[in-house]
Write a protein that binds this ligand. Structure first.
Ligand code: TRP
Length: 370
């Protein structure tokens, strides 16, 4: 079996997502669950296509929602650099959840985490990235009345009691077993998971009664939330509900778009020219020559350009299928796909960048302050 590693700080190898789900002990978001959600809205294409594919306790939380118990949403961002497409994919889904269920959303920005875990990133720089990233979050159209964004170092007065109550329930040996800490790990890293747990309880705390919380995020965050869920009952809160997505792939293949490979990463601030250049170099499933591809077709299953259509840029299932069929039967060549994807991304970014600019005046409408 191929080797792969998925932790909150490292993703490598070819991820077998079914295997990962088994390893983590999470459940599939199956048709039955997708159908249940279709009672409230046409299921988002990320649900239909198995991009948001795994969960913990989603059925139970929907049962309670049906009985009149609301839930709030929580997700987060570690501000280690500028925002790229891989970051916003789960945020787009989170906004959809907010719209469909009219839910409050707590959005944690972990400047503390990135300071502790990244060499050479000082707190001031992490804070700077935090406010850059917040512009991208606001640009996606979250409801300012219901969306509460905070930086850990700034909202600490409210977070700290919750983090402490969490930390007291986590032994060093658990933290080591879950995260693989070593004797050389700094002690901030060891404490950090309790900071990521705290916002799962903040809606209950601020609302004055235990309330369900759903966290939509990449499945790489599951180790943190296993701890959160274990601790919750001791604090008198419901176990956190999770909705996990697959990771947004790198343009050059590989399972996670990452700032460590900038030429394979599309930032929300990229120019049309930069996007064109990056997409031009993307890994595709094309054949060695045009003749051969016309004859035998290409392979969309290994193509990053196709994956970008499917994960984000072609919400229409029929159109996606058409791209797939045309690729398979050799009608469509990689150049055409790359051109269409470039256009779609640049369209998206043009609008996003305008909204991002306008967001600069709106930051305080979204911030949760101590
Ligand atoms: N640890 C995440 C990261 O490195 C940031 C984060 C904090 C987060 N809280 C979260 C992600 C909740 C998803 C859900 O990016």
């Amino acid at each position: 079996m191929a080797e792969f590693t998925v932790t909150p700080w490292e993703v490598s190898g070819e991820i077998d997502y079914d295997e990962l789900m088994k390893k983590f002990g999470t459940s599939p978001i199956d048709n039955k669950l997708v159908n249940r959600i279709s009672k409230y809205a046409e299921p988002h294409f990320m649900l239909r296509r198995g991009i948001f594919y795994s969960h913990r306790d989603l059925g139970k939380t929907l049962d309670e929602y049906e009985k009149g118990k609301p839930f709030y949403l929580y997700t987060g961002r570690g501000p280690s650099g500028m925002t790229h497409l891989g970051h916003i994919m789960p945020w787009i889904f989170t906004k959809w959840m907010q719209d469909v269920f009219d839910a409050e959303l707590y959005f944690q920005i972990t400047d503390d985490e990135k300071f502790l875990f990244k060499d050479g990133l000082d707190l001031e720089k992490a804070r700077e990235y935090a406010y850059e990233n917040i512009l991208d979050i606001i640009a996606l159209g979250f409801d300012p009345e219901k969306t509460h964004i905070f930086l850990d170092t700034e909202y600490i007065h409210h977070l700290y009691p919750l983090a402490l109550r969490t930390a007291k329930r986590i032994t060093f040996s658990t933290a080591k077993a879950v995260f693989g800490f070593k004797n050389s790990s700094n002690i901030g890293e060891i404490f950090y998971t309790s900071m990521q747990s705290a916002p799962a309880f903040i809606g209950s705390e601020l609302g004055g009664e235990p309330t369900n919380c759903i966290v939509p995020c990449g499945i790489d965050q599951d180790p943190h939330f296993r701890v959160t869920r274990d601790v919750a009952p001791f604090l008198g809160y419901p176990k956190t509900t999770m909705m996990y997505c697959k990771l947004f792939p790198s343009l050059l293949g590989g399972d996670k778009m990452s700032s460590s490979v900038p030429e394979a990463t599309v930032y929300t601030t990229d120019t049309p020219k930069q996007v064109k250049k990056k997409i031009g170099k993307a890994l595709t499933g094309g054949a060695v020559s045009v003749e051969e591809q016309r004859k035998n077709g290409g392979n969309p299953d290994v193509c990053m350009v196709y994956r970008y259509f499917s994960y984000m840029f072609e919400p229409d299932d029929d159109k996606l299928k058409k791209i797939r069929d045309e690729c398979r039967n050799g009608e469509r060549l990689c150049g055409q796909c790359k051109m269409e994807l470039t256009e779609k991304i640049n369209d998206f970014l043009k609008k996003h960048q305008e909204k991002r600019e306008k967001a600069k005046d709106k930051v305080e409408d979204f911030m949760l302050r101590d």
